[in-house]
Design a protein around this ligand. Structure first.
Ligand code: FES
Length: 124
């Protein structure tokens, strides 16, 4: 008998919002009303396409790439998408999540997303 299937993808959408007056940018900003609607847009889009069960959207705190926000991380693959809009999310769902092709033009620049340092090298 088959067990409950794992999700094929998790999508971690940064929902961090900086308090008013904070100079640091944040992925959800009072100055950009669309930024507050992006998670809902993502979830609705997955629902409308019938893939919400196998694709799990997650609201998360700061992913530490605030200057490039709004951002979201797609796993597996460690793919960080930046400067999101509703239109970009639609393309990512269609081309990456359903189609299997990363939308390279929306991916974070290499110099901002270098190779990970294995914890075994950091541990003391
Ligand atoms: S506030 Fe979204 S990455 Fe920091």
């Amino acid at each position: 008998m088959q067990g409950v299937p794992q999700p094929a993808f998790y999508i971690f959408k940064c929902q961090q919002s900086a308090p008013p007056g904070m100079p640091k940018p944040s992925c959800v900003s009072q100055n950009d009303p669309e930024s507050a609607q992006l998670f809902q847009h993502l979830a609705q889009s997955l629902m409308m396409k019938g893939i919400i069960g196998t694709v799990q959207p997650i609201q998360t705190g700061c992913l530490n790439r605030c200057q490039q926000g709004p951002v979201m991380l797609v796993e597996p693959g460690h793919t960080m998408y930046v400067e999101l809009t509703k239109e970009k999310i639609d393309r990512i769902v269609d081309e990456h999540i359903i189609g299997g092709n990363i939308v390279n033009e929306y991916v974070i620049a290499d110099e901002m997303w270098g190779e990970a340092i294995p914890p075994s090298q950091m541990a003391r």
